[in-house]
Design a protein around this ligand. Structure first.
Ligand SMILES: Cc1cc2nc3c(=O)[nH]c(=O)nc-3n(C[C@H](O)[C@H](O)[C@H](O)COP(=O)(O)OP(=O)(O)OC[C@H]3O[C@@H](n4cnc5c(N)ncnc54)[C@H](O)[C@@H]3O)c2cc1C
Length: 482
């Protein structure tokens, strides 16, 4: 196969996977509540063909079209090419879909680029397995979800101590050609709609960790014993004009339970080797993945800015100083994000083994600020939008012969905007920032790559390791401070 269409993607989901929604086991491929989300995901696969010049590149092995997110980056051109693809993928949902398949594809391609980390001790078996898996993903155009975080029930103790360790995913049995794992992982966005669950390292772990928890593997979502527990679904039926995001883009998060899941060794990529586990995360992972995440964030912030500008014009308040200041603030977040991406790409380098990744510093700094910016963007949308966000009849109501004429007469926008255009605009804004899906999206932005405080603390630690902070001490010394 080659880069798939939406129909091919949907056909792949009919596989008997165990998915719980509320107290029901559901077939995601036919469940009515999931229909909008699935058509949204199928649309993503069709989008890559509609924008093939940006999204697809020839597979270097077969020549068939493959997602540009699977490029193993070796040159500045590769990074530029990926930038174009990430931007185009993000535009499909105005950045609201955080976990379109290009997200995990980038990580996998990055691990392939750093194959040397797997082979550092002379054993090539794990790297070869990972490469075969990468080829499966390329040739099947598989969509992957991922879970890298242990469910930390008790935050007063270590992430894998006490009850946290009891619930964490670990090997409980071994056979000649497989491992059996038990435990839970959070939080698989796209889980029920993906083909594969890729489990790979999260935060670097201390040497005291149980090696049975030091794992990376990938398994099909239909694997026996793998249970997908969905949060409430926030997708709603209805025309995109009424709910442009909720009608198509609930990417559905899920808690994953591994109820004694047997994993063939062919699909095990790390098995107890802490050097590989920690090395992968420390040596280029952030630089690689955050090119994708920052581009998606830039597209989303630019969309939020445009949305707010239109809302302000619809109420003729765009020149009011308080509103103009908020618009400028939002523009600033989007522009700083684009600038960080440019800086990171300009200072890209070989991270080892020829793996050409961006400079991680501007991207990590942006990542740490982004939760605050995204929350503020929603706050600005609500402040600028005010009651207008809720005085928005549906398209059907506007067409209703009885109430429609009154709604059309009483609810226009300023500057000659029709009630229909005004309603679509403010409904889109509410769906973006205030609906159930909008609320979930805000939570996603806060936590999807760990919380801001965790990231900031890590940024500080790395900064102290990487740079000799001498200029300031010299200045202090000159002032007599030691
Ligand atoms: C919508 C959504 C989708 C997600 N999708 C995925 C996915 O697809 N795959 C996946 O693997 N994970 C996913 N995640 C999980 C995500 O990785 C974790 O939720 C994230 O790491 C936060 O973990 P936590 O709840 O333990 O928060 P913590 O990092 O513990 O943060 C919780 C709070 O504690 C405070 N805090 C924590 N640690 C520190 C510290 N060291 N210093 C100071 N303050 C601290 C912070 O203020 C923070 O607000 C998703 C999460 C959400 C919300």
């Amino acid at each position: 196969m080659t880069a798939r269409t939406g129909k091919q993607y949907l056909d792949g989901l009919r596989d008997g996977r165990v998915v719980w929604l509320g107290n029901q086991k559901v077939d995601v491929s036919t469940h009515p509540a999931m229909a909008g989300s699935l058509s949204g995901m199928a649309g993503y696969f069709d989008w890559q063909h509609a924008h093939a010049e940006d999204c697809l590149v020839p597979d270097p092995v077969t020549g068939a079209p493959m997602s540009a997110s699977l490029i193993v980056p070796k040159t500045p051109d590769d990074l530029r090419r990926r930038n174009r693809a990430f931007d185009r993928f993000a535009r499909y949902s105005a950045g609201m879909l955080g976990r379109t398949p290009d997200y995990v594809n980038v990580t996998l391609a990055g691990f392939i680029a750093r194959g040397d980390i797997f082979t550092a001790k002379g054993d090539t078996v794990f790297a070869e397995r990972l490469h075969r898996f990468y080829r499966e993903v390329v040739e099947g155009d598989l969509s992957m979800t991922h879970t890298i975080i242990h469910p930390v029930v008790d935050k007063a103790i270590g992430d894998t101590q006490g009850i946290n360790g009891e619930l964490a995913l670990k090997v409980v049995r071994r056979t000649n050609d497989s491992i059996v794992v038990r435990g839970a992982k959070i939080l698989a966005t796209l889980g029920p709609f993906a083909d594969e669950l890729f489990v790979y390292p999260g935060q670097p772990q201390p040497p005291t960790i149980d090696p049975n928890m030091v794992l990376a593997f990938s398994i099909p979502m239909k694997t026996k014993g793998l249970i997908t527990v969905c949060r409430d679904h926030y997708g709603v039926a209805g025309p995109a004009g009424d709910k442009p995001f909720s009608s198509r883009f609930d990417e559905q998060d899920a808690f994953m339970i591994f109820d004694d899941v047997e994993i063939p060794m062919e699909r095990v990529f790390i098995d107890g080797d802490l050097d590989v586990y920690n090395g992968l995360m420390r040596q280029g992972w952030a630089a690689n993945i955050m090119q994708q995440t920052c581009i998606r964030a830039a597209v989303k912030l630019e969309f939020a800015y445009e949305l707010c500008v239109r809302m302000a014009k619809a109420t003729n308040s765009d020149k009011r100083p308080d509103v103009a200041a908020m618009l400028g603030e939002l523009w600033g977040y989007a522009t700083l994000t684009r600038s960080a991406i440019r800086a990171a790409e300009a200072d890209a380098r070989d991270w080892g083994n020829g793996a050409f990744f961006a400079d991680d510093r501007p991207l990590r700094a942006t990542r740490s600020m982004m939760p605050g910016w995204m929350v503020r963007a929603n706050d600005i949308i609500k402040t600028v939008g005010s009651h207008n966000l809720l005085a928005t009849p549906s398209l059907e109501a506007l067409d209703n012969p009885e109430i429609g004429p009154l709604l059309n007469a009483y609810m226009p926008g300023a500057n000659g905007m029709s009630a229909r255009e005004r309603s679509k605009l403010f409904r889109a804004a509410w769906d973006f920032a205030g609906s159930a899906l909008g609320g979930r999206s805000e939570l996603y932005e806060r936590f999807y790559l760990a919380s801001a405080p965790r990231n900031q603390a890590l940024d500080h630690t790395i900064a102290q390791m990487e740079r000799p902070w001498e200029a300031l001490p010299d200045m202090l010394k000159a002032a007599g401070i030691h």
